[in-house]
Design a protein around this ligand. Structure first.
Ligand code: GLN
Length: 262
């Protein structure tokens, strides 16, 4: 009889201990967070030799005004983004073929040829092409370029179009079209080319950082940058436009201008 009693007591103690310890983890800790509903990730592409819009940091991460603005739009509109770097002239085919989702590359949205292949968001930055020469050059504008001069710009860009037009019109010796803006400037520094045609904000950022160059003459065109998506991706385009509008209205856009341009 005594043994049975002892056994019953032991069982009750074990049961009580089990209740106490099993209850420890349930009430005090918050319920595990519900997994967030599926948040889509859109894959962005850029050409990361175009600072301050698109460049890389010391760890090789793709950063810039375009990335910060798209990141803010994504957060505002409930999606995630990642970035891949590639040569500029592969950007439009990559989005047109749905290999990637968004072009974030300081791309002129007001180009009718481009508009045949992708849809652009509302524009977010007004720009223009400028001629860049070495500090000691006698060139004071595009009109001073001569038929013994070679002019460089970046493949697939409006600057490349401008260079090729000047060559076609026999106003320069030839156009050198290169993958990266930084390499255009290297060829200018080495004397392989006598001028570079590139976007004014990018030229200005470069000249602010690296001595020995100057912008000359008047803006050669007028551009307005937009983000681009495949033509049938209207839902994503609407999200980008809505987010962009919100960022412009809530001051985020101005803060990013301050961060990247001053
Ligand atoms: N704004 C120019 C264009 O749209 C250059 C863009 C760039 O080099 N990232 O072609």
């Amino acid at each position: 009889m005594k043994t049975t009693k002892k056994l019953m007591t032991l069982i009750m103690v074990i049961a009580m201990l089990a209740m106490i310890f099993s209850g420890c983890g349930s009430s005090s800790e918050p319920a595990a967070e519900e997994p967030a509903a599926d948040v889509p990730t859109y894959h962005c592409i850029t050409e990361a030799s175009f600072p301050p819009f698109d460049t890389t940091d010391e760890d090789g991460n793709i950063v810039g005004f375009d990335m910060d603005l798209m990141n803010a739009i994504a957060e505002d509109q409930g999606f995630k983004v990642d970035y891949t770097d590639m040569v500029f002239d592969s950007l439009i085919p990559s989005v047109e073929s749905h290999q990637y989702d968004i072009i974030t590359a300081g791309m002129n949205a007001e180009d009718p040829e481009r508009q045949k292949h992708v849809s652009f968001s509302d524009t977010y930055y007004d720009s223009a092409l400028m001629v860049v020469v070495k500090e000691d050059s006698t060139v004071t504008s595009v009109d001073d370029l001569t038929t013994d001069m070679i002019v460089a710009s970046q493949v697939g860009t409006t600057g490349a179009d401008m260079c090729n037009s000047l060559a076609d019109e026999k106003k320069i010796k030839s156009a050198t079209i290169i993958d990266a803006f930084s390499d255009c400037m290297l060829q200018l520094k080495n004397g392989d080319v006598q001028a570079v045609i590139i976007d004014k904000p990018v030229a200005q950022a470069y000249i602010n950082k690296i001595e020995g160059f100057k912008m000359v003459g008047e803006p050669m065109n007028a551009e307005a940058y937009g983000f681009a998506v495949a033509k049938d991706n209207t839902e994503l385009l609407e999200k980008i436009n809505a987010g962009l509008k919100n960022m412009m209205e809530n001051g985020t856009y101005d803060k990013l201008l301050e961060k990247w341009f001053n």
